[in-house]
Design a protein around this ligand. Sequence first.
Ligand code: GTP
Ligand code: MG
Length: 168
Amino acid sequence: MSTFRIVIAGNSGVGKSSILMQYTDGCFLDGPPSTIGVDFRFKHLEIGRRQIKLQIWDTAGQERFSAVSASYYRSANGILLVYDLTGRETFESIAENLKSIREITGDSLPIVLVGNKRDSKRQISYQDAYDFAGEQGLSYMEVSAKTGENVHVCFELLASLVLERCKD
Ligand code: GTP
Ligand code: MG
């Protein structure tokens, strides 16, 4: 069985821990505590009959933890970079987030840009986000940690990108 190290990155409050909880436990909390340091979970999945174990690191978005979060990028096989569809400023900081990630990982690490809170009123259009992701060489998905929409799919997409890269 292969183990892939996945890191969830993005600003505080965009819903990183909520996405992870929905993925591993199938539930959603209205006001979860903000992450301190880092958390992690395991999850098994199967892609094309291959058994894969994901080791998923949930980083803290608060500025005071930025050095801790960055220290997890180095050993990542793939990254979910999350922003909040209802908060324009979180979309605007993606370029900066991406720069700090790529300074550490280089340009070829698979990254999926994830717009979360799709259940609520969006401030960013699908087309703008999709175009931005394309320009930056990222895949793009929109999810809701609250309803669970697309949550499994986005981890599966990232895992299959990592798997493809292993074959090179
Ligand atoms: P840090 O740990 O501080 O980096 O934040 P985080 O990115 O882990 O965010 P967290 O999962 O703690 O969620 C922040 C807030 O957004 C919480 O109040 C969640 O209940 C809410 N939230 C998360 N995902 C969704 C979603 O898909 N829809 C809605 N409506 N609210 C969400
Ligand atoms: Mg968190």
